[in-house]
Write a protein that binds this ligand. Structure first.
Ligand SMILES: N[C@@H](CCC(=O)N[C@@H](CS)C(=O)NCC(=O)O)C(=O)O
Length: 240
């Protein structure tokens, strides 16, 4: 296959959804870390496309939006792993879970990453360490980041009628556990798009204290490891 390139921010949950999809499908890819200030690394996108990550270069095309990318990969690349079940009711549930991840889980997570001053300080340091910032921007993120991030967190909580980010995330984790029930995956006995989306989004917070709270839930921890094992087993060696 021609080279596949993911244009991403290391701390973007939507990009992590795509990485989960690429690994589970066993598609080799390389990453381009985009500088959030200016986004000069991003290629020319189709007219009207917002200049956001993720963008995937594949088969000579540039595809934007994590949901569109996962759907493209599932329809166009058959590696034996299907994300969308053929049974319509299950497919609808898997798609609804992916939508919920975009609208709810990915909205809630930043409020616990940046929620308290201490959390915001950690987040600014992780952002500066992992992102494609130049030297001065890097210093700026370390120094000004916590304030900006804390303000963003407060704004998201207000917009969603919430006052406590940790409660919100715990409610979301309860929802995922209720979907799991006694099954191996969120829509039943086989992995679907729902698992790709939830696992991708949660992988984004691995370096943050909230991750320990996620793994403290035995049912969720077992599911996370189950999906991770599939990712590790299927992942193609990184493209050079
Ligand atoms: N609906 C899009 C959302 C993508 C998105 O919001 N990406 C953020 C990073 S997490 C971004 O690129 N923000 C940069 C900007 O808005 O300037 C998807 O699913 O991919």
């Amino acid at each position: 296959m021609a080279p596949v390139t993911l244009y991403q921010f290391e701390l973007c949950p939507f990009c992590h959804k795509v990485k989960a999809g690429l690994e589970l499908k066993g598609i080799p890819f390389s990453k381009v870390e985009v500088n959030p200030m200016g986004k000069k690394e991003l290629p020319e996108l189709p007219a009207g496309s917002p200049r956001k990550v993720p963008v995937l270069q594949i088969h000579g095309e540039f595809i934007a939006d994590s949901t569109t990318i996962l759907s493209y990969l599932d329809k166009r690349i058959d590696t034996g792993m299907r994300f969308l079940p053929t049974e319509p009711e299950l497919a609808a549930k898997a798609e609804a879970i992916e939508q919920w991840v975009d609208d709810e889980l990915i909205m809630a997570l930043p409020t616990v990453i940046y929620g308290s001053w201490r959390e915001a300080l950690t987040a600014a340091q992780v952002t500066a360490r992992t992102s494609n910032f130049g030297f001065f921007q890097n210093l700026g993120v370390r120094a000004g980041g916590p304030l900006i991030m804390h303000q963003i967190s407060k704004r998201i909580l207000k917009k969603n009628g919430r006052s406590d980010g940790h409660r919100w995330v715990q409610d979301n984790l309860d929802t995922v556990e209720a979907w799991l029930g006694d099954a191996d995956f969120v829509t039943g006995p086989t992995l679907t798009l729902g698992d790709v989306a939830v696992h991708g989004a949660l992988s984004c917070v691995r370096d943050f204290p909230i991750f320990a709270k996620i793994l403290a839930r035995p049912r969720l921890a077992a599911w996370f490891q189950r999906v991770q094992s599939l990712r590790d087993a299927n992942a193609a060696p990184a493209a050079s």
